[in-house]
Write a protein that binds this ligand. Structure first.
Ligand code: 3EB
Length: 337
């Protein structure tokens, strides 16, 4: 009797790097899943793996390069640009808020439309597990009370995700304001054939349990995503700001907010290490951070204060982008290994 051969598992590898130079070098490699250019001076390319995002870097920005396990297939399907390596999928959709049905022009219906399309696409391609999502929307804190655009985005996103969002399978995410004035919702993601493990931060109330005062629909994201076991993937960190419990801290000081944000990461990394003890306790050369600063005139200060706190060994990109509560001046996301 012959032994049953196990099905070969596709390799589960994902790396994120910040690289200077032309996107063509990265796009020529067979295992490149995505190349992300920051801001209006970033190059433009036709390849579906190349995405120019609407956030301006402070100074000159590198490219963000995602690599999987080659060979990577790629294509476009209507509004969706995609790339897949058999285990992981990169995808991107950008929708104009003015293209809604019956001339509807609002962020709520756009988010609904976009997330419906996203889920349908994941199912169709066989990558049903959303690990990480970035959402870039214009005028994020415009509008009063429940009319605020971020709150309306949260309503539309939850509806597009199927109404009754299962909090046990929420992806790690970032939702941040683009400041180029374009009324376009830009969303890109990493999805997988197998699930990761969502992780919460003991120092912060789960965003999906935020109290009513922050809007009718709590935000649909997990604080971090532990990668599938036996993968060589980093921990995925959601956008993190100076929120303790559910309350914003230190509205008057970007530097104190930065310290509170780093304290939140200490706590989140400790929670991650309880499940994956080999993860380093602090950011280091295998971390990659994106730092979002609301006010133009605080970009330089945040850059300097980060230099003092992180030293030269933690790769990072500083971007001008509006955080989703008015009093929050800085937010950070990234990966960590
Ligand atoms: C916060 O902690 C800050 O709506 O997807 C961070 C990460 C934030 C993701 C989202 C929002 C989102 O509530 C804001």
């Amino acid at each position: 009797m012959s032994a049953v051969r196990p099905m070969p598992m596709p390799a589960l590898h994902w790396s994120v790097d910040y690289l200077d130079g032309s996107p063509d070098d990265a796009l020529a490699l067979p295992d490149t899943l995505a190349v992300i250019g920051f801001g209006s001076r970033a190059p433009v390319r036709d390849d579906p793996r190349y995405l120019r995002v609407a956030l301006e870097p402070h100074g000159t920005a590198p490219l963000e390069v995602w690599r999987g396990s080659g060979p990577v297939l790629r294509g476009r399907d209507g509004d969706v640009a995609w790339a897949e390596d058999g285990a992981l999928q990169f995808g991107a959709i950008e929708l104009d808020e003015r293209d809604g049905e019956q001339g509807q022009s609002d962020i709520e219906s756009t988010a609904d439309r976009l997330y419906r399309r996203l889920l349908e696409f994941l199912e169709q391609r066989g990558y049903p597990h959303l690990l990480r999502v970035w959402n870039y929307l214009d005028g994020i804190t415009i509008g009063e009370g429940d009319e605020e655009r971020y709150r309306q985005f949260c309503v539309g996103r939850a509806r597009g995700l199927g109404g009754h969002v299962d909090t046990q399978t929420l992806p790690a995410a970032t939702a941040i304001g683009r400041v180029d004035g374009a009324r376009r919702l830009q969303v890109y993601w990493l999805a997988a054939r197998v699930p990761g493990t969502p992780l919460e931060n003991p120092r912060q109330i789960s965003a999906y349990r935020y109290p009513r005062q922050y809007g009718p629909q709590p935000p649909s994201f997990a604080r971090a995503m532990l990668p599938p076991v036996n993968s060589t993937m980093p921990l995925m960190l959601s956008g993190t700001a100076a929120i303790v419990g559910h309350e914003s801290q230190h509205a008057g000081s970007v530097v104190t907010q930065l310290d509170e944000t780093l304290a939140n990461f200490d706590s989140l990394l400790a929670a991650a290490r309880a499940q994956r003890p080999t993860l380093p306790a602090h950011f280091g050369p295998q971390s990659r951070l994106k730092v979002y600063v609301r006010n133009d005139d605080e970009l330089e200060q945040v850059t300097r204060e980060l230099d003092a706190r992180l030293g030269p060994d933690v790769p990072r990109v500083v971007l001008h982008a509006a955080v989703c509560r008015r009093e929050l001046r800085v937010e950070i996301d990234g990966v960590h290994a």
